[in-house]
Write a protein of this length. Structure first.
Length: 147
């Protein structure tokens, strides 16, 4: 599993290094447990973005997710952008009274971004996330700060 994680980090690093990083992203994940996330967004082409992130969830289990999503952007005018997304990552669970668990995850969803200024934008995403044999739908609310 360590080799899979190292390969995923290497692939994310290569994709990000060949792209121009546009924003630093901060978000709150609203699901059965609340989580906070931080990531970046990089343009791969005019319409395709790469968005790796790390998410931390607060409950009786230490839960960290490393994920990477791809967005296909549609300009809606008035500084709004709609984007369907697809992504993958790893889910790390460390329960206090049991062993650690690492699962592969898959994201499918969509998001809307509103540019307020050239340096500041807000976004909302709805994702269906499949992890370790079960799925969950959740919302993320966040801000993007231009670098």
């Amino acid at each position: 599993m360590k080799k899979l994680f190292a390969s995923a980090l290497l692939a994310a690093s290569v994709a990000t290094a060949s792209a121009q990083v546009q924003t630093l992203d901060f978000k709150g994940d609203l699901r059965s447990t609340f989580g906070l996330g931080v990531g970046i967004t990089a343009d791969l082409t005019d319409n395709i973005e790469f968005s790796p992130a790390a998410n931390f969830y607060f409950d009786d289990v230490t839960n960290v997710q490393a994920e990477a999503d791809f967005h296909y952007k549609f300009d809606l005018g008035d500084d709004f952008t709609l984007y369907p997304l697809v992504g993958a990552g790893l889910d790390f669970n460390n329960a206090k009274d049991s062993k650690s668990d690492i699962n592969f995850l898959v994201n499918l969803g969509c998001g809307v971004k509103k540019d307020f200024t050239s340096k500041f934008a807000g976004f909302v995403e709805c994702k269906y996330q499949w992890v370790g044999g079960h799925g969950d739908t959740y919302f993320s609310l966040g801000v993007k700060l231009a670098i």
